[in-house]
Design a protein around this ligand. Structure first.
Ligand code: NAD
Ligand code: 6OD
Length: 490
């Protein structure tokens, strides 16, 4: 925490107004270690004001806003984000260091897509009504009315900040909820910019509130333990999900958790080698390995093990680490020095476990004023087994271990040997096998010959340590609404 100095200020947004507080912390630029901005930290009193504002908006103007109007506002928000697209790109890349090209294609592009997808979903959703036959030839009409869950706490991480925020805020608002958002302390900017956009398009005061801060003893904890929230939708680490669950347990609040992963790829000998290498390169190194869906375990059928290993090494060497605004850059820094220390500790653990480092393994020297940033080398290992910690714990960096297997059953068993269960990918030209193996993966999302391909109506979430519940299309409606069934005897 420190003095705000002359750096740009990132403020809270409560009840339709931007709010500064007496306390700020410095947001560090991961590209070069310089101070980027001063973020105003919300104390318990400001979080309380935000929750009360959200409740008042829910009981007032937002509660009276019909679904068609809500959907129209979401579409307007999507249009306005597109008009201010480059501002969002610059803000997201400044906080994260990710390449502009990626932010344009993925992060920021998904924000209007998320708003439009849930405007569509909520417009299309009908009441479930059906006739029930009763004894004596009588009938009853049942219908369920979806009501908003209420005031929803939205807590999100730093890896795909705007994408993950809008993935939750869009359905929450579409369903008539009000929200208090706690962005990551590492990426406060785009949640704040979104406040401007929602205000500009006419979303009433109190519907969308942003409180900045950290987790324990800060805004994250103040928000989750506030008695005025009706549920928590959270994306982040499994450990934090578990902590939040304990906080809300006494009040039995519903949670939707998208948590960590230790995702596997299973590559069969009949896979198309070029396509598989291109897909694996994305799934291991995208966003510098900081995507919950990234592959950290690559199981390869023995006849093509050496080809896959050498092909991936070649592609890892071709990655270009550099500034976000350089078109040649494929790979940015990690989010912070603290996170780099964590990832490097796994690089050391892998070597201690006897791994052979095929490429990378340390910190690069980049020059050009970048060496104060949190850069790290893309890294691949062989020689690890599922018993080793780097194979069991989520690293969340640009690294993966390659392990050979023989038969299909062994490949499936190795992939499923984990406490996590978020995503997997299967690589084969035998589509019958592709379907068969994909279904046997103990995960929420199982890809065949691709990775990260998304239809926003399909269920997204994980099993085991990877989360609770599913979001996406109608699945989001199940979390963000409470159905009241009305039974009328006819
Ligand atoms: P994190 O759990 O440390 O923090 C996530 C958010 O929770 C932040 O806003 C943080 O301030 C807040 N927080 C931390 N402790 C809290 C507490 N006790 N109470 C309330 N809020 C608290 O995660 P991170 O390091 O920001 O993000 C990386 C993690 O997120 C990885 O584990 C990754 O797999 C996971 N993730 C999962 C998905 C998914 O969809 N499954 C998507 C993205 C990231
Ligand atoms: O694409 C999405 O909707 C989504 N929730 C992606 C999550 C990525 C994790 O880092």
């Amino acid at each position: 925490m420190g003095d705000s100095g002359a750096h740009a200020a990132v403020r809270n947004f409560v009840d339709g107004a931007f709010v500064e507080t007496g306390q700020t912390w410095n947001k560090i630029n991961p590209v070069d270690g310089s101070v980027l901005s001063a973020v105003h930290e919300a104390d318990a009193a400001l979080v309380d004001r935000a929750v009360r504002a959200a409740r008042a908006a829910l009981d007032g103007p937002w509660g009276e806003t019909p679904v068609a109007r809500r959907a129209a506002l979401l579409r307007k928000a999507a249009d306005r984000i597109e008009e201010r697209f480059e501002e969002f790109v610059r803000a997201e890349c400044a906080d994260t260091g990710k390449p502009f090209a990626q932010a344009r294609e993925l992060d920021v592009a998904r924000a209007p897509a998320n708003f439009r997808a849930f405007a569509d979903t909520v417009s299309a959703a009908g009441q479930s009504s059906f006739l029930t036959d009763l004894a004596g030839g009588r009938q009853a009409l049942n219908y369920a009315v979806r009501k908003p869950l209420g005031v929803v706490a939205v807590i999100v991480p730093w890896n795909l900040p705007l994408l993950l925020l809008t993935w939750k805020v869009a359905p929450a608002l579409a369903c008539g909820n009000t929200v208090v958002v706690k962005p990551s302390e590492e990426t406060p900017s785009t949640a704040t910019l979104l406040a401007e956009v929602l205000d500009e398009v006419g979303v009433p005061a109190g519907v969308y509130n942003v409180v900045h801060g950290f987790g324990p003893d800060s805004a994250g904890q103040f928000l989750t333990e506030h008695p005025g929230i009706d549920g928590v939708t959270f994306t982040g680490s499994s450990a934090t999900g578990s902590a939040i669950m304990r906080i809300v347990a006494p009040r039995v609040k519903p949670v939707s958790f998208e948590l960590g992963g230790k995702n596997a790829a299973v590559v069969f000998a009949d896979a198309n080698l070029e396509d598989t290498l291109a897909g694996l390169t994305r799934s291991v190194f995208a966003n510098t390995g900081q995507v919950c869906l990234c592959t950290e375990r690559v199981y390869v059928q023995r006849p093509i093990f050496e080809d896959v290993a050498s092909g991936l090494v070649e592609r890892a060497r071709a990655l270009r680490l550099g500034r976000p605004d350089d078109d040649a850059t494929t790979t940015g820094p990690l989010i912070s020095q603290e996170h780099r220390d964590k990832v490097l500790s796994y690089y050391r653990l892998a070597e201690e476990a006897g791994a052979k480092t095929l490429v990378g393994g340390g910190v690069p020297t980049l020059g050009d004023g970048l060496d104060g940033g949190s850069w790290i080398e893309p890294t691949l290992w062989t020689g690890l087994t599922n018993a080793d910690r780097p194979m069991r714990e989520e690293i969340f960096g640009p690294c993966a271990a390659l392990v050979p297997f023989d038969g299909e059953q062994e490949g499936i068993a190795l992939a499923n040997d984990t406490e996590y269960g978020l995503a997997s990918s299967v690589w084969t030209t035998d589509l019958t096998r592709g379907h068969r193996v994909a279904q046997r993966m103990n995960v929420g999302m199982s890809w065949v010959n691709t990775w990260f391909l998304r239809d926003l109506r399909s269920p997204f979430g994980g099993v085991g340590l990877s989360g609770i519940g599913r979001e996406g299309g109608e699945h989001s409606l199940d979390f963000y609404t409470e159905p009241t069934n009305v039974c009328v005897q006819l």
